[in-house]
Write a protein that binds this ligand. Sequence first.
Ligand SMILES: Cc1cc2nc3c(=O)[nH]c(=O)nc-3n(C[C@H](O)[C@H](O)[C@H](O)COP(=O)(O)OP(=O)(O)OC[C@H]3O[C@@H](n4cnc5c(N)ncnc54)[C@H](O)[C@@H]3O)c2cc1C
Length: 334
Amino acid sequence: MPVVKDIFIALSNNKFMNESAKRMGPALGANKVVAGVDIDSTIETVEKLNMKGISCTLDNLGEFVTSRQEALEAQQNIVEIMRRNYNANIDAHVSIKLTQLGLNIDREFAYQNTREILLKAHEYGNTFVNIDAEKFEDLVGITEIIDRLKGEFKNVGTVIQAYLYDSMNIMEKYSDVRLRLVKGAYKEASHIAYQTKEEIDQNYIKLIERRLLTAKAFTSIATHDHNIINHVKQFVKDNNIDRNSFEFQMLFGFRTDYAYQIASEGYNFCMYVPFGQDWFGYFMRRLAERPQNINLMLLDIFNKKNKGKIAFGATLLAGVSILIVGGISLLKKK
Ligand SMILES: Cc1cc2nc3c(=O)[nH]c(=O)nc-3n(C[C@H](O)[C@H](O)[C@H](O)COP(=O)(O)OP(=O)(O)OC[C@H]3O[C@@H](n4cnc5c(N)ncnc54)[C@H](O)[C@@H]3O)c2cc1C
């Protein structure tokens, strides 16, 4: 349902909704997919996942960073979670977003902020730092910063979005860099990106196969799609690909039992664990990917413990979303 996807993507980009939701704290079921609002609860989550043989990549949530002060605060949060991970001796690294570090304020400033994170990562056990892929409009800036950093640091990697027509070329350019391969989470125009699930899946498989056969660096295959995961398992078996050259990744809170199952089969597995107050944009993008995730909202709204202001705000937001989704379904049936 592309229209539903567009609505959730539009909500994810709505600054007012993001700001209001931030004040409210994780609601609408977002608490199921956000590990915690603070570092302590996030570390507890990581410890539990580590016990299941699952490593973690931690995402300090944050959208609409428009001032240097906000970007510096984000940088400090990221450094602090790396320090706490190191002290707690847990198996976790960070995933960062360059827009949160000031990419759209001043590219040089964002570069310096990111470099500072990498210097600290070196201090805290030379932990890995992943630079997430964002909207296409940010790709040039992100690529420029990665190209500068990869000359200086070995512990930096990034993400390839299979929906981009140019994804194979971008991936080939980073054959010696650790990469996460994803389908792509944003809404991109048809002159830039594939639009149908079939085309995206097809290109995703092409990228995965090429990467696993040729890369000189580690690969993360980040998907909840059992068809893709089964295909990869068979492909690595048929081609004698070392299981230690890659891992599977999923987002915290989705298909958890399936994640445990894959880890228990002896595959490397890493969970992407978001934490912090700024949950709305992240959560709306998850609903855009899979409108069935609205179940998370409904379960939360009908939870008796949710009373008062949070429940009111949550119900209001959920009501708006459900009405939109319901309305569109009805229109489509007519
Ligand atoms: C670890 C991780 C990191 C990511 N990082 C980025 C990034 O940096 N930049 C970016 O643009 N995007 C990122 N993404 C998002 C990604 O691009 C996709 O938007 C997202 O993963 C949805 O696509 P999918 O591969 O899971 O499969 P989909 O095409 O969404 O789903 C395929 C099928 O899998 C099954 N399925 C999926 N989810 C569920 C579920 N919850 N329960 C039951 N069945 C399910 C269904 O049968 C569905 O039809 C990341 C995703 C992950 C997992």
